[in-house]
Design a binder for this molecule. Structure first.
Ligand SMILES: Cc1cc2nc3c(=O)[nH]c(=O)nc-3n(C[C@H](O)[C@H](O)[C@H](O)COP(=O)(O)OP(=O)(O)OC[C@H]3O[C@@H](n4cnc5c(N)ncnc54)[C@H](O)[C@@H]3O)c2cc1C
Length: 628
């Protein structure tokens, strides 16, 4: 019987030993004292393994065989409602039977209370079968968890960290309803004029004299937007400073809007209009909806003006989910390409024996290993952060939050770009056949192309990583200097793989230092026209990101690739030290990463100045043309 878990030794490695289950299970289960807790860590991990084995079989035998039908038929709009294709409906009926939507929900709310990491490792297998199924699946349990996390944040859920029980939960009924597979939700942020730039959002939230809230506006590109529960971001406060492009973020609030009422006769009364289900290049089982809200009754989440904060709360988790989704797609592309290349013959041998193709395949294999290691580490950190916070250990939570925040954009960037790269290579390896719909390669490429766009584009991930890295050094220069000194010492003291990883770290830190020095230099240049008496304030305050960080912004995609190489090398080194069978992966990863990082460092430190001068001239020209 086909099984996407049992045929994947690297996935199994994480269930066998590659995760610190002892820590995660004890934290999740209140040191095994929580009501309904597993009797031991081993028992819990065995249970997770059983779930993974079941999902692996379900993905291979029930989802993958329906992927072509789902791709061809897609979700369609009929009488104002989104209708799933038959195969997709079958899959979701089965997910309901298997109770997978409730995998991570608390037992008090009808769930299994399994770690998020288990959910996403299973998600990878669903993504391998069909990413659009995973996307829609994610908007069930994911939205139920969002309800729980938001209500914990705003204090409307009462949680006892000693007894590990919930005594009161805002939206408890809705969470249970979703857990049972009877509803799902969506996250409605994007509008026609506002995607990456959330400060430009126009939908409004208004309150009447009795204190009731209503949302009015248009939202587009909403995944699973044909569902019942919508977290909607809308403007409740006026933009304070129209000249500041970020000012608009402060006036946003988060709402929960119910899109329809279920009537006793089994019909629905729609409150929010489903305008369109988009026709798109791929991802056909995942509905992408356009919606109109016309004074739709809404529940405010938290306080007014905190919408952006609530969105950030969920961002890491959602991006980690997309990371695993991309890994699933990459796994599929790698396997399809490898199988084809081992059969197709050219010039006296199978094409996997030709150097160029063999290198592509090896590159894919090593990237997959590194990417999964990064994904597991990111997810573990995010989960530790959430659960330590729940247990009231703020200090530990803060430490894990920092790691999760550092790793998440790296994962989202790498996995999304790899999804496109893998599926493009997969198609290329198939030659002319790859371009034909009869083979799976073209669908993988169509499905992959959205990954670097949704849940924050690749450019936005790169900018975030750059900003966090440089601002982190500015805020705490001592620890940066300490890390530099430690690395310089380690590079002399250590040898072998340790030394090679340390060299990558040094290279990355040198580049970070270069970018900081360059940024400070550009800022200093901008002060030339100001009186010296103002230099102190101007240098420490009044940073204009567009002007002062221009050089770092230009190189942020190169910087994020350097940071990715450094982080994966560190994680694989830690694995290799504990499990010698992982050494080979690290060696092969380093063989490639060292060359790439050298090239990236060279590009960052030697190119871009003249381009930025040309860009500034062009902008200057545009401004004076406008003025005249
Ligand atoms: C299939 C699909 C599903 C989606 N699901 C959802 C959903 O569930 N909920 C939701 O709210 N939204 C969803 N979206 C919307 C998605 O999040 C946005 O498309 C995305 O954030 C990009 O916004 P945009 O399309 O307006 O592009 P823009 O923001 O206009 O960006 C266009 C290009 O400019 C680049 N760019 C923008 N600003 C900068 C900058 N400062 N520096 C460098 N480059 C920049 C971007 O990287 C991109 O390459 C979905 C989109 C798709 C395609």
């Amino acid at each position: 019987m086909a099984n996407f878990f049992q045929d994947n030794p690297d996935l199994q490695f994480y269930f066998d030993k590659g995760v610190d289950w002892e820590t995660l299970v004890r934290l999740t289960e209140g040191d095994l004292k929580a009501p309904g807790a597993h009797a031991s860590v081993a028992e819990a991990v065995e249970f997770y393994r059983e779930i993974a084995t079941m999902v692996g079989q379900f993905a291979a035998e029930e989802i993958a065989p329906r992927a072509v039908e789902i791709d061809q038929k897609g979700v369609v709009l009929k009488n104002g409602e989104g209708v799933l294709p038959e195969g997709m409906q079958h899959i979701f009926d089965r997910i309901k039977e298997l109770e997978l939507h409730a995998m991570c929900l608390p037992r008090d709310l009808g769930g299994m209370w399994a770690p998020l990491l288990v959910n996403w490792l299973c998600g990878e297998m669903i993504g391998r079968a069909d990413v659009s199924v995973l996307a829609h699946h994610g908007f069930h349990g994911g939205i139920a968890l969002a309800m729980l996390v938001f209500s914990l944040e705003e204090g409307t859920t009462e949680w006892d960290p000693k007894k590990l029980t919930l005594s009161r939960t805002r939206w408890a009924e809705q969470i249970k309803e979703i857990g049972r597979g009877e509803a799902w939700g969506s996250m409605d942020i994007t509008e026609p004029d506002a995607g990456s730039d959330m400060a430009r959002l126009k939908a409004v939230g208004e309150q009447d004299a009795d204190g009731n809230w209503f949302v009015t506006g248009q939202k587009i590109f909403i995944t699973s937007g044909h569902g019942k529960y919508h977290f909607v971001i809308a403007r409740t406060e006026k933009v304070k400073n129209p000249d500041d492009p970020m000012s608009g973020l402060q006036g946003l609030s988060m709402f929960l809007v119910k899109a329809y009422e279920d009537l006793p006769d089994g019909t629905r009364k729609r409150i929010v209009t489903l305008d369109r289900i988009e026709e798109k290049l791929g991802h056909s089982g995942s509905a992408t909806a356009a919606l109109s809200f016309d004074r739709a009754p809404a529940e405010l989440v938290g306080k007014r003006g905190e919408g952006f904060k609530y969105m950030l709360t969920l961002m890491n988790n959602a991006r980690i989910g997309v990371g695993f989704e991309c890994i699933g797609l990459c796994e599929a592309a790698y396997r399809v390409a490898k199988a084809y290349a081992s059969e197709r013959r050219s010039m006296g041998k199978t094409i996997d024996q030709h150097e160029l193709i063999a290198e592509m395949l090896e590159d894919m294999e090593v990237t997959l290993i590194g990417m999964r290691a990064l994904a597991v580490e990111s997810c573990f950190a995010e989960e530790m952060f959430r659960k330590q916070k729940l247990m009231g250990d703020e200090r530990s939570a803060k430490r894990w939050a920092k790691i999760a925040r550092r790793l998440t954009p790296l994962l989202k960037y790498l996995a999304a770009e790899a999804a496109v790269d893998f599926s493009r290579k997969c198609l290329q390896i198939h030659g002319g056949n790859g371009y034909m719909c009869e083979y799976p390669a073209e669908k993988l490429l169509r499905d992959a192309l959205v990954m670097p766009i949704y849940e924050g584009t690749s450019q936005i991930q790169a900018l975030m990583a750059m900003k966090d890295t440089l601002v982190g050094i500015i805020k705490d220069p001592q620890s940066f200097v300490r890390r530099q000194a430690q690395s310089r010492w380690r590079v002399v003291a250590k040898n072998g793989l340790d030394r090679r990883v340390t060299k990558l770290q040094i290279q990355s830190m040198n580049v970070q230092q270069f970018l900081l020095a360059r940024t400070a230099g550009d800022k200093a240049k901008s002060l030339r026209d100001k009186p010296i008496s103002e230099w102190g304030t101007e240098f420490t305050k009044n940073w204009d990101p567009k002007r002062d960080f221009a050089y770092a912004m230009l190189h942020s995609e190169r910087l994020i690739r350097l940071l990715i190489n450094e982080s994966i090398a560190e994680i694989l080194l830690a694995q290799a030290k504990r499990w010698p069978e992982r050494r080979d992966y690290l060696e092969r990863f380093l063989d490639r990463a060292e060359v790439q990082s050298r090239h990236l460092a060279d590009e960052i430190t030697t190119s871009g100045t003249r381009f930025l001068e040309r860009l500034a001239e062009r902008k200057g020209g545009e401004t004076s043309a406008k003025a005249s």
